[in-house]
Design a protein around this ligand. Structure first.
Ligand SMILES: Cc1ncc(COP(=O)(O)O)c(C=O)c1O
Length: 371
């Protein structure tokens, strides 16, 4: 096959990066995507349908999502201009990396603990931004001395993403460590990504008047609205204009803006009830995973739990055998610190019953060690 001459202009890094595109598989239990599994009640779905019918689809939406930004700003007690919305927080990660992409004379770089949310490193590498990965401790906590060291390398890191709770580990990193990192590295922008904060009630690090090197980021994806693709951040004053410069106008669709506004104003109570059910289901999930002989279940603070199987090779076998039974879980065993681990989402009660049955079929002695 001949190679077109223009291919030399492709960014070299892209050749080594994966495409994230997953074929939708029919599933009896979809426990691999970190969604809120609880469905919206029919009355809410109908109200949403009515609201969508009113949208003028021939018109562009508000360029920056003013109404939705105002609602999110109100929740955080900040002015609407502090809030930037994105097509999922994935898009905001891109904006942050583009805005803080550094100068040619001063190559910018990103520090991330590892393992953490894949898109931080991926989006940086797509932009040619160097990534310094700092392994978590064996207990999946931040390694504070190593983090300080990494943030200090060369002229200092431009950006550091800290997900709390973290994906894929479900760990809730020590707040005091995070506060110290932020205070001791004022030349680095820290993004506090609290995508899963609803699953760790009372743990948020949000407060009005965070230091000026902190961006607070979250998303509606984990609270029942993953289909909308709406993420948001509260940015310090000096970062608001740069983020809006790199943001495309109309980056969140009229449909997503309208549905998000409706849910946040009218159905917050319903949403809370769904989250409460999901928290109860997490207990059940942790119990089910705990019945795997010789397994270690790590503390779960997000809407998924991590379990280490013994021997380590079991993780891949079990994930595959579960998939054959229509139960989709994530084999995390190739990730740093997660050898032998599966990441399993909190499903609905019914999905967890399917999981329990499948585990019993797939794992010899399942439940036998139960105390
Ligand atoms: C820690 C973390 N941040 C951000 C995201 C992206 O969320 P969104 O759906 O808003 O793009 C995810 C998605 O799984 C995540 O795990």
């Amino acid at each position: 096959m001949t190679t077109s001459q223009w291919t030399r202009h492709l960014r070299p890094a892209l050749a080594g990066l994966d495409v994230y595109d997953i074929e939708p598989l029919p599933a009896k239990a979809r426990l691999a995507a970190n969604e809120l599994a609880e469905p919206w009640p029919m009355e809410v779905v109908q109200e949403i349908g009515k609201r969508v019918a009113q949208i003028e689809l021939n018109r562009y939406p508000d360029t920056s999502g003013r109404k939705l930004r105002a609602l999110l700003a109100q929740r955080h007690g900040v002015e609407p201009d502090a809030v930037v919305i994105g097509c999922g927080s994935d898009e905001l990660i891109g904006f942050l990396l583009t805005a803080l992409g550094g100068r040619p004379s001063e190559p910018s770089f990103l520090v991330v603990p590892t393992p953490t949310f894949h898109m931080y490193g991926h989006a940086a590498r797509c932009r040619g931004i160097g990534v310094l990965e700092v392994p978590l401790t064996e207990e999946l906590e931040l390694d504070e001395p190593l983090m300080h060291e990494a943030l200090d390398v060369a002229t200092g890191a431009a950006l550091c993403f800290l997900a709390r709770p973290n994906n894929p580990t479900s760990s809730l990193w020590d707040a005091a460590v995070i506060e110290r990192l932020i205070a001791q590295h004022p030349g680095t922008v820290f993004v506090l990504d609290e995508a899963y904060t609803s699953y760790a009630p009372g743990s948020t690090l949000w407060r009005a008047g965070l230091p000026d090197n902190v961006v607070y980021m979250s998303t509606l994806s984990k609270i029942g609205l993953a289909g909308l693709r709406v993420g948001y951040c509260v940015a310090p004053p000096a970062l608001r204009r740069p983020l809006n410069v790199v943001r495309n106008p109309y980056n969140v669709s009229a449909t997503s803006q309208a549905i998000a506004e409706l849910v946040l104003t009218k159905f917050e109570g319903v949403q809370k009830a769904m989250l409460t059910r999901s928290l109860a289901a997490r207990q059940k999930l942790v119990g089910l995973l705990g019945k795997i002989p010789r397994a270690k279940v790590f503390p779960a603070h997000a809407n998924f739990a991590v379990v280490r199987l013994d021997p380590a090779g079991e993780a891949t076998r079990v994930a595959e055998a579960l998939a054959q039974r229509g139960v989709l879980v994530k084999d995390a065993s190739a990730l740093p610190r997660l050898a032998g681990c599966l990441r399993v989402g909190v499903g609905t009660n019914a999905e967890l019953d399917v999981l329990a049955k499948a585990l019993a079929e797939v794992i010899p002695g399942y439940g036998a060690d139960a105390k």
